[in-house]
Design a protein around this ligand. Structure first.
Ligand SMILES: Nc1nc2c(ncn2[C@@H]2O[C@H](COP(=O)(O)OP(=O)(O)OP(=O)(O)O)[C@@H](O)[C@H]2O)c(=O)[nH]1
Ligand SMILES: [Mg+2]
Length: 660
């Protein structure tokens, strides 16, 4: 096959399934001409151990247009000992070929594999009844009847049954034709690049090819990419370049969802294992916990929250704890990192990995730290079970904390352009919301207008009341205001709401103090005179302003009066009180905040995640240790920095706290 026009290439991947020795590998060989049992041990023992891969290429013409189609096969082992390999093989396929030998009939792994396909919701498929050459027609008829019963109520209930013989070749053409016909029924068969999702590719093997370097094989589960692209390897977090791609023997310059492909990557092959992913940088999000919808085969099954279960997701296998949240929702926790997105299917097996217990689909990879099984959270998870736009509408109605689009998009693997389309649709349907830009998030938080208005009303009402009672104070700092209105949600959300009020001019900021625009404390003549005298002194002193007692000497104002005027000035926002005996000019605090941001950024560049210490702050600023502590505690108190043990982190940019 030469390089095909990308828009007209289509792929479907089928996994075989069924009991050991029932003829899966023989059938794939009959359809594709490829023997997938390539390992010496597989040849010696006459059975499949690891998944094998084979392709059947054919072209078809629809409405005068020619398509290049590829039927890919993942041939899995049937032997119970290799169930893990079977699970890795069926983790990312479009359809299944359940193989049952007419002489044996339905056997344990027939049932187990069908149950697994059912839990993975694989509904496209066919059932091959092999070895009919060994049985009389009566036997074939009775096994067909048994299979009809077996598949009832499973995801493969509509899969037709094809009696055939791998030995004589009878019946194989009918099955091949049926599989080929899956391409004319266009449901779910992707052709051109899918631009609504980011690229994600599931790796099943990696090796070194002579003269080429690391080659990985696997399947594109979403999106598309071109050679030359940089992709994130999920296990190491390394960025690696896609040097070339092949589909079977054809060189491709672009690959898209639904295709299996071998990729030549600039990665050390020893670091790559089955189950790792290559993903668009924007999608990279390893997790340790996820909330899922999970069904157990045995409805009486009792889950033990301390037990360690086996999770099979994509092509990887993890040891996990499972906790019931409510209804059919569970939380899965893993010490190793997992890669998953909304809708990914998985299988759970018992602690001894002897039985398949159940399976389900990922609901949310952003798990809240608190109230993990609250009614609100369960309602959130239920809403998440809808298509993206419906979910977004439901969440806007119910989430008083708003919907973080960034998390919504990453969870569901939705590209920004597609998110924009959803937002346009909300506007078309006159759903009113505010888009708050939160720091560190490229996509905004959407807050329904009904909640937004309520928050604003509370904040404005509180400020009005405050001004009436505290006439001499210019306003409150952001944390004080948040405490004042008893804001229960994150400071990021509070900050976003304040920003909308600042933007609309409904509130103003003087220094660190937030207030209604109409409110202004008037300075007495005494205070004006005092400021005129003291400002130059403070300006001159820079980062280390004189203490109150020193100011007494410098200004000749008696201590008691000086303390009173300083207090009044701080309330009015013309000076900032950092410690009991130390006041700063607002602009000096702003400069110090800028200095702090730089120090934090330098430490962040070191990638240690440790923030900066008082000692580092002291050495960099040349301010005495005690004053450093006072300054940093002040920064903590106004919400600019955050302390964790001996480390400090900048919480938000200085403009957000001290204005521009
Ligand atoms: N007579 C007859 N023999 C068959 C047929 N299909 C497969 N066989 C034989 O059955 C044996 C097992 O076939 P395989 O294709 O390796 O079976 P499998 O399902 O791939 O086995 P595992 O991968 O180990 O689960 C081989 O000796 C085949 O030649 C058939 O339709 N008729
Ligand atoms: Mg086999």
């Amino acid at each position: 096959m030469s390089e095909a026009s990308q828009n007209n290439t289509r792929s479907l991947i089928f996994a075989t399934a069924g009991h050991v020795d029932h003829g899966k590998t023989s059938l794939v060989a009959n359809i594709t001409g490829i023997d997938t049992d390539t390992l010496a041990e597989e040849k010696k023992r006459g059975l499949t151990i690891v998944p094998g891969y084979a392709y059947h290429h054919f072209s078809s013409v629809i409405d005068g247009e020619e398509f290049q189609n590829t039927l890919g096969f993942v041939d899995v082992p049937g032997h119970i000992d290799f169930i893990n390999n079977m699970l890795a093989g069926v983790g990312a396929v479009d359809g299944a070929l359940l193989v049952i030998a007419a002489d044996d009939g339905i056997m344990p792994q027939t049932r187990e594999h069908l149950a697994i396909l059912d839990l993975l919701a694989v509904s496209r498929g066919a059932i091959a009844l092999t070895k009919t050459d060994r049985c009389d027609p009566e036997r074939v008829r009775s096994v067909v009847e048994e299979i009809e019963q077996l598949k009832t109520g499973t995801s493969l209930k509509n899969a037709p049954i094809f009696p055939l013989s791998n030995e004589t070749g009878s019946g194989i053409d009918d099955l091949s034709k049926y599989l080929e016909s899956q391409f004319s029924n266009d449901s779910g068969v992707k052709t051109a690049a899918d631009d609504s999702q980011y690229f994600r590719y599931l790796i099943d093997r990696s090796f070194v090819a002579k003269g080429i370097g690391t080659v990985v094989t696997g399947s594109v589960r979403a999106g598309s990419t071109k050679t030359g692209a940089n992709l994130r390897h999920t296990d190491t977090g390394e960025l690696s370049k896609l040097r070339g791609a092949r589909l079977d023997k054809a060189e491709l310059s672009e690959i898209h969802a639904g295709q299996r492909a071998a990729l030549n990557m600039s990665l050390d092959h020893k670091l790559v294992s089955r189950g790792d992913w290559l993903v668009d940088e924007k999608l990279f999000h390893p997790i340790n916990r996820m909330d899922v919808a999970l069904n157990f085969i045995d409805s009486n099954f009792k889950l033990h929250s301390s037990a360690q279960y086996h999770l099979h997701i994509g092509a990887s296998h993890h040891i996990v704890n499972i906790r019931h949240l409510g209804e059919s929702f569970y939380q899965i926790k893993c010490n190793a990192t997992m890669i998953a997105h909304h809708g990914d299917r998985f299988i759970v097996r018992d602690p001894a990995s002897q039985h398949t217990l159940g399976g389900g689909s990922v609901v949310d990879i952003f798990v809240p730290r608190r109230r993990r099984s609250s009614e609100l959270r369960l309602a959130f998870l239920s809403a998440m079970q809808n298509d993206s736009l419906t979910t977004l509408k439901l969440l806007l109605q119910t989430e008083a904390d708003g919907v973080k689009l960034q998390e919504f998009a990453t969870n569901r693997n939705i590209r920004e352009a597609q998110i924009d389309k959803f937002c346009e649709q909300l506007q078309t349907e006159s759903i009113n919301y505010s888009a708050l830009s939160l720091e560190k998030l490229t996509l905004p938080l959407l807050l329904h207008e009904k909640y937004h208005r309520e928050y604003c009303k509370e904040i404005l009402g509180f400020l009005k009341n405050f001004h009436e009672k505290q006439t001499s104070q210019q306003g409150l700092s952001e944390p004080a205001l948040s405490r004042g209105v008893d804001f229960a949600s994150s400071h990021l959300l509070f900050h976003g709401i304040l920003q909308t009020l600042l933007d609309s001019g409904e509130i103003k900021r003087t220094g660190t103090l937030l207030h209604l625009p109409t409110h202004k404390t008037s300075l007495s003549a005494e205070e004006e005179a005092f400021l005129a005298q003291v400002r130059p002194i403070l300006l001159q002193a820079g980062f280390i302003p004189p203490r109150t007692r020193e100011l007494v000497e410098m200004t000749n104002i008696p201590l008691m009066s000086l303390e009173r005027i300083l207090r009044e000035s701080a309330k009015a926002g013309t000076l900032i009180k950092v410690a009991e005996n130390r006041y700063y000019l607002p602009e000096t605090i702003m400069t110090l905040a800028g200095f702090t941001e730089q120090l934090a950024a330098t430490e962040e560049d070191k990638d240690t995640d440790e923030g900066f210490s008082v000692i580092q702050f002291r050495d960099a600023s040349e301010i005495g240790r005690n004053l450093c502590i006072e300054l940093l505690e002040y920064f903590d108190s106004v919400g600019f920095t955050r302390r964790e043990g001996n480390s400090r982190f900048v919480r938000t940019s200085k403009e957000n706290i001290f204005g521009k």
